[in-house]
Design a protein around this ligand. Structure first.
Ligand code: SF4
Ligand code: SF4
Length: 391
């Protein structure tokens, strides 16, 4: 039987978060049962992009600080790090991201070091199904204890991002895009790849920020949604399964949680998970909106048919002209070379990004990497019209 601590936490006031985190950790045996004096503890929040905490794109700094303080109290050396799709490559931009997301302030207050999970890196055996070897951040492999701090959000490709998916950030920078490319044949294959990564860098402990989650078009452009909970568990799969139940998502709709459980990496069936703390039913959110890209039914479609319908019916990246500043990040992150900078209509001196939809594999890495919200992931005019009619 796996154990998941579920505690109400109504806001990000430091006192409220510290109480909830401390109660959640105590309910799974206390942090002292995972961390010893002198150990290096790596905290792995979700730092997807350079967004302020209230936008619910990243793990809230109050959660990171509360967990860091507990580890510092035990005499551990705390390190905070992630590998955002593009910003992690460039030290100046990574520092700026850490400032915007509140990580720099937390690190300075608790005496933690900030590291980028981009380099150095090492190849590791995964024991996995799709990838036998994967590049993983050396900081993750060398830490004595890894505490995974996911944010509860929807995701355009997997439907849900939580503890298992957050470990994808341990694969350095643009290597993530290459894995997207290699695992491009639909959601099931992509999910197998995520589980390979998870198997290669399984965290010691997981504490989820589900105080304000993200609903709708996550993981970067959805809406903040009050859920009011903090979850903790040594079993990331169980934690994700309780979180998806909390927001009304079925297990069958989230392939990577199901596949991780099938590989014996954790427990997904609620009948085999002991939930301690608050009552699941009292915290349940009944109107949590899924990602609009989920449920399109294209994942298992034969390739020739998929090519015919994809531009109209598969949600694809479209660049928003008045937001694009031609920074080129989406081009660097696109492993298949489907993004390019082209002259603007009637304006040869100014450029704009454009996705070649014939090449595009709908991985949405460009959307995640764009710091200017200049990419909208949506269907073609026919698909959008039908969607509106059905509503
Ligand atoms: S779409 Fe976004 S990431 Fe791409 S060039 Fe424009 S602003 Fe930069
Ligand atoms: S254009 Fe965007 S969604 Fe398409 S393959 Fe490139 S990164 Fe992925």
């Amino acid at each position: 039987m796996s154990r998941v601590a579920l505690f109400a936490c109504v806001n990000y006031e430091p006192e409220e978060v510290r109480r909830a985190v401390s109660e959640a950790l105590a309910a799974i045996g206390g942090l002292a049962s995972f961390v010893r004096e002198g150990q290096t503890v790596l905290l792995k929040p979700n730092l997807l992009s350079s967004k302020a905490p209230e936008l619910a794109v990243t793990t809230h700094p109050a959660i990171v600080e509360a967990v860091a303080l507990e580890a510092v109290k035990l005499g551990a050396k705390v390190v905070i790090g992630d590998s955002p799709p593009y910003q992690g490559q460039n030290p100046r931009r990574y520092e700026s991201l850490c400032q915007v997301t509140g990580m720099r302030e937390v690190a300075d207050r608790v005496g933690a070091e900030i590291v980028s999970l981009d380099h150095p890196q090492r190849e590791v055996e995964t024991g996995g199904k799709l990838f036998k070897k994967l590049p993983v951040s050396a900081a993750v492999l060398d830490a004595d204890v890894v505490i995974n701090l996911p944010k509860l959000k929807t995701h355009g490709l997997t439907g849900f991002t939580g503890a298992v998916k957050n470990m994808f950030g341990c694969v350095p920078g643009l290597k993530k895009s290459q894995l997207h490319l290699q695992a491009r044949e639909g959601r099931e294959v992509f999910s197998e790849m995520l589980v390979d990564v998870f198997a290669a860098c399984k965290p010691t402990l997981n504490v989820m920020d589900a105080v304000v989650a993200m609903e709708g078009p996550g993981p970067s452009k959805g809406r903040p949604k009050q859920v009011g909970a903090i979850l903790a568990s040594a079993d990331a799969v169980s934690l994700d399964s309780v979180a998806r139940e909390l927001i009304g998502f079925s297990l069958s709709s989230i392939a990577h949680i199901r596949l991780a459980a099938e590989r014996g990496l954790g427990e997904a069936g609620l009948g085999h998970i002991e939930i301690v703390g608050s009552d699941l039913d009292t915290l349940r959110v009944h109107d949590f909106s899924p990602s609009p890209t989920i449920g399109s039914g294209f994942a298992g479609m034969p390739a020739p048919l998929y090519k015919i319908v994809k531009n109209q019916f598969v949600p694809m990246p479209r660049v928003i002209a008045d937001k694009c500043v031609a920074c080129g990040d989406c081009i660097k992150v696109c492993a298949i070379g489907a993004m390019e900078l082209v002259p603007r209509h009637n304006e040869n001196s100014r450029k704009i990004a454009r996705a070649d939809l014939k090449k595009c594999i709908a991985c949405y890495c460009c959307d995640e990497a764009c710091a200017y919200d200049a990419i909208s992931v949506r269907k073609g005019w026919l698909g959008e019209s039908l969607r509106r009619t059905r509503r």
